[in-house]
Design a protein. Structure first.
Length: 385
């Protein structure tokens, strides 16, 4: 595969860098890590939208730019390298749009895609439940089919962006009699529908970027169904291949790592051969991980669905992000454990925050264990049992 950028891609990278160098949102970001999760700034998203940088790969008739997945990768790489606050439009752009393009009706595409492109809508994805995470087919939230639509009962958990979302991309059981994987459907549910309540969950950092959603006899019309009734599980598996392997899986703590490397040099720590070697190992792995992610984007650009390739990229890159969080703290020394607010905290406590967030890297979007199962069975052809 040839990843050498075309002149148009070089130009896009330059344009994004120039935009970011001048955008006020970047000057006011105290914690640039996890910009795609914690960096919610609807004004910034709207400014990106005005540049035409949301829905970059989508058809022009829905407001997209019909550019390649590699172009989108270049765009997101530039955004996340500096910790741009992209969370407000992130799920719509990365996941919901592609899901609607793949499975939505023409009416749904016309209704939602142009609004996502204009950064007018925020989404959450309601898959996980208290007793259904890795084993998604164990979900029990029901969407009972009636004459004029669905009545939803159940609970979702760990739902990112639940408190800000206009719509929940909900996965629910529509046929309780069918086998586990068959009776599941996808619905796009407005979050202001009566009967929906949301309770934020605080993570170890102290942030509430996700929450629990409760559905108590929530009634939605039939038009909320995405794709085929009872074929939701099959649809989701495809969507996860989109979700898993973007450059966000490598760049969540890139701003911290860049600053820590600078400090290590300034303090003369890199004169230590062992430390120099450990930093170099991470740098080499980082470039290998970046290559894996570029490969996935190249496959998507060729119209292929990356599956075990996406699983491998996510496993490798998120494990590396965790190593970065650990080595960054080690380099900064014991004070790196101090949280923001302490005058002695190096880098305003960013390393401590990152170390507390880091366990999530290998859980969100599918755990490493599950992804290794995918690599083993679909990539290496090993027996499932
Ligand atoms: C920050 C964050 C954001 C999230 N955002 C969302 C969201 O927006 N929407 C959403 O729906 N969910 C979200 N999740 C939930 C996430 O998808 C689940 O936590 C994840 O799929 C694991 O499910 P679980 O927590 O139920 O753990 P379990 O599935 O109970 O797993 C527990 C442990 O057992 C291991 N395990 C389970 N089954 C197997 C197996 N077959 N083989 C080997 N090991 C196995 C797992 O790897 C894990 O180590 C988020 C999670 C986090 C941390």
């Amino acid at each position: 595969m040839d990843f050498r950028p075309t002149p148009q891609q070089d130009q896009l990278r330059r344009q994004v860098r120039e935009f970011l160098a001048n955008d006020p949102a970047l000057r006011a970001r105290p914690f640039p890590e996890e910009g795609w999760i914690l960096g919610r700034d609807p004004d910034f998203s709207r400014r990106l939208a005005q540049k035409g940088w949301i829905g970059l790969t989508w058809p022009k008739r829905y407001g997209g730019a019909e550019r390649s997945y590699l172009d989108r990768l270049i765009l997101t790489e530039e955004l996340l390298r500096v910790g741009a606050p992209v969370a407000a439009h992130w799920l719509g752009d990365r996941q919901i749009g592609p899901a609607l393009l793949a499975h939505g009706s023409e009416e749904q595409k016309n209704e939602f895609l142009p609004r996502i492109v204009r950064a007018e809508l925020s989404f959450c994805v309601g898959m996980s439940e208290p007793n259904a995470g890795s084993d998604l087919a164990a979900l029990t939230t029901q969407a009972e089919i009636g004459e004029d639509g669905f009545t939803i009962r159940g609970q979702k958990t760990w739902t990112s962006f639940a408190q800000h979302a206009d719509y929940c991309y909900l996965v629910a059981r529509t046929d309780p009699e069918a086998s586990r994987h068959r009776g599941i459907s996808e619905l796009l549910v407005p979050m202001d529908t009566p009967g929906i309540t949301m309770r934020p969950i605080r993570d170890m950092v102290g942030e509430s970027h996700f929450g629990e959603i409760f559905f108590d006899d929530v009634h939605v019309p039939r038009s909320c169904l995405i794709g085929e009734l009872n074929r939701g599980f099959h649809q989701i598996m495809q969507q996860l291949d989109f979700e898993r392997s973007g450059i966000e899986r490598l760049l969540s703590n890139y701003p911290l790592w860049r600053d820590v490397k600078r400090i290590a040099k300034e303090r003369g720590l890199t004169r230590d051969t062992v430390l120099r070697q450990r930093i170099t190992e991470i740098e080499i792995a980082w470039h290998a991980g970046r290559g894996m992610i570029y490969r996935v984007a190249a496959l998507l650009s060729e119209g292929r669905i990356p599956n075990h390739e996406a699983a491998a990229a996510k496993t490798f890159c998120t494990s590396l992000e965790q190593r970065i969080a650990e080595l960054a703290s080690e380099i900064l020394g014991p004070a790196s454990q101090l949280l923001p607010g302490s005058e002695h905290a190096p880098l305003d406590g960013r390393a401590a925050r990152n170390l507390l967030y880091a366990p999530a890297y290998t859980i969100q979007g599918g755990t490493n264990n599950i992804l290794r199962n995918i690599i083993a069975t679909r990539g290496l052809g090993l027996p499932a049992k």
